[in-house]
Unconditional design. Structure first.
Length: 256
């Protein structure tokens, strides 16, 4: 669930993320490529990232807001593919195996970005996919890792895996609290609006639960039934809420 303000922030986050990806790709083409740090298939992969990021930023200004959620899902899927492909290309490149760690590190912000966008069932599914994706790419190539990396470097892959897994679980927990907070805030705002309307009418209004205990009484009902005003309880809550109707208004309870 996402309110209007969160939706605007989410759209800004998409553009910011693609802007960073475009800047990183530009840096790779302008600096890393002349130095020989990227070449071959990896070069074309970086070029595709630059073009895709520019297209998403352009879409932010041209596409209607209702389509932008679909663009976000496509962007997350693309960047997941981009990082995975980058890992495999760097791992088998021969002289650029250090680039593997660059791609692995970028899974952290991608996972956090998806958490911010995780407002539908598809977003929750993407979280699971992104959480498993680095392991699915690295684990089948463990033999290659043992072959090209010296022993002091090999444990860092385990460190990455544990850190990434803990990071994902923490983000998921925080996201659940965030979604619950937004839902409760919207519920409180709706109840406040309804309460203001009910307090403005001159008719008596009582709300009861299934056990015929009081949930709400507007001002007119409190005056007509001589019920205590919650303001008279010095901020300690309404003493009538939760009490049976038979206790606070026995004559009215006879008709129920």
């Amino acid at each position: 669930m996402m309110d209007g303000r969160s939706r605007r922030l989410a759209r800004q986050a998409v553009v910011t993320a693609c802007g960073l990806a475009l800047a990183g790709s530009g840096f790779g083409l302008a600096v890393a490529y002349p130095m020989g740090l990227i070449a071959g298939f990896e070069l074309w992969l970086v070029i595709s990232c630059a073009l895709f990021s520019a297209a998403v930023i352009l879409g932010f200004f041209l596409l209607p807001a209702r389509l932008f959620h679909h663009v976000t899902i496509i962007a997350i899927l693309y960047f997941g593919f981009y990082l995975s492909a980058g890992i495999l290309i760097a791992l088998y490149s021969g002289d650029r195996t250090t680039n593997v760690f660059v791609y692995l590190v970028w899974f952290f912000p991608l996972l956090a970005f998806n958490i911010l966008m995780r407002v539908t069932r598809s977003g929750r599914l993407l979280h699971v996919v992104l959480l498993c994706l680095p392991f699915a790419v690295v684990a089948p190539n463990a033999g290659r890792i043992l072959e090209v990396y010296p022993e002091p470097v090999q444990p860092w892959f385990v460190v990455f895996g544990l850190s990434y897994l803990c990071f994902g679980l923490i983000l998921s927990t925080l996201s659940q609290y965030r979604e619950a907070f937004i839902a409760e805030r919207e519920r409180s705002e709706a109840l406040l609006g309804a309460s203001q309307i009910l307090e403005s009418i001159s008719d008596c209004y009582l709300s009861l639960d299934r056990s015929l205990c009081l949930v709400y009484a507007n001002g007119a009902a409190r005056r007509d039934l001589a019920l205590a005003d919650p303001a008279s309880n010095h901020g300690r809550g309404d003493p009538l809420i939760g009490r049976p109707l038979a206790e606070i208004a026995p004559r009215m309870a006879e008709f129920l």
